[in-house]
Design a protein around this ligand. Sequence first.
Ligand SMILES: NC(=O)N[C@@H](CC(=O)O)C(=O)O
Length: 448
Amino acid sequence: MSGRILVRGATLPGGERADLLVEGGVIAEIGGIADAPGAHVIDADGLIALPGLVDLHTHLREPGYEQSETVLTGTQAAAAGGYTAVFAMANTFPVADTAGVVEQEQRLGRTAGYATVQPIGAVTVGLEGEQLAELGAMARSQANVRVFSDDGFCVADPQLMRRALEYVKAFDGVIAQHAQEPRLTVGAQMNEGALSGELGLAGWPAVAEESIIARDVLLAEHVGSRLHVCHLSTAGSVEVVRWAKARGIDVTAEVTPHHLLLTEELVATYDARYKVNPPLRRAEDVQALRAALADGTIDIVATDHAPHPVEAKECEWDAAANGMVGLESALSVVHQAMVETGLLDWAGVARVMSETPARIGRLAGHGTALAAGAPAEVTLYDPSAAGEFDVARLAGRSANSPYLGRRLPGRVVATLHSGYATVLDGVVRDAHEVAGLAASASNGGARG
Ligand SMILES: NC(=O)N[C@@H](CC(=O)O)C(=O)O
């Protein structure tokens, strides 16, 4: 395939039809393009073109947990789902709490070539919640870290949280908090409510999330810093964030696709694919989260892609790991939960899944509107495809998807990253081929 790609007849997020010529890593031309000699042509009739999706919350598991996922397989999953950049969470082993680990993570992503891997640094050493990690060293490293999170754990100590918020101001960083008061969730297995009582499972009360968010927005206000709240899951959390934004506090928030679609009743199946942290909540919470994403109270969708091997999921509920894979299904879930319901249009999807996540994470070269001169990071999505979400749609190493066997609309047909295709005709391209394209793109000449 040559170094030029002509996307013919795509529908842009705003609804207008256009051809896109991709060349030299950028969108060279957009509009009606008569001819592009030698270009590989992608017939995009009926397809929506979105700026390449950006995930602010991905668990890539490497180093340390390669039986679940690697940077290569996780970014293949990302590409399959239309993502061109992922922010890699710090709960690896070793933990991403030093410049060395974050730089290594980023290098692995560059070599694989499927997506930009932007590391997230841990807030505390070893995610242990006791001592601040070397935030400045990670920020100044080649990985240029701007997002810091102990995700998987809450930064529970208010004094440490205050210090972290103060520290990152110097380099325009943000603390992404996993809001979970640990003392209120000891042994928690599912949402706390009537159903947890019936099933006899220890409950995870909404207040454990809401009380930390309330504390943290006040801390962010007090020190004049930027706070991001991970995976909002309750109606009460939405109210707290709405209050904080109205007060002018610099807070952003994310919701996962699964919290926009699935509810706690699924726990009654005891199928551990539905076990996740924070847990699936009530239908009222889902409705509140959808409304908040639609009205901008919640800024973005982030997947919390959390791969786990079969043995961690095919076991008793209590013993099973928390987490679900989400990169490959996210766009279809958002389509179903937000677009089919009339709550968001495609421009809104571009905003919450690409533009705003890139902005919150201060990631250059992503999340830019499709225009001449913009980086060639593009997702082509067929909204009319229909059918069951099956295992063939999963491209990562783990298959703990809650959507297997479920009807989900749409399908990613092609993903273009750095000016070359990582997915074509709905198929993730071969790893050697993509690594070669990445190497040649970084030498200045993207090839097909
Ligand atoms: N979201 C999850 O259910 N799991 C996350 C960590 C966590 O937040 O518990 C994981 O790393 O597996």
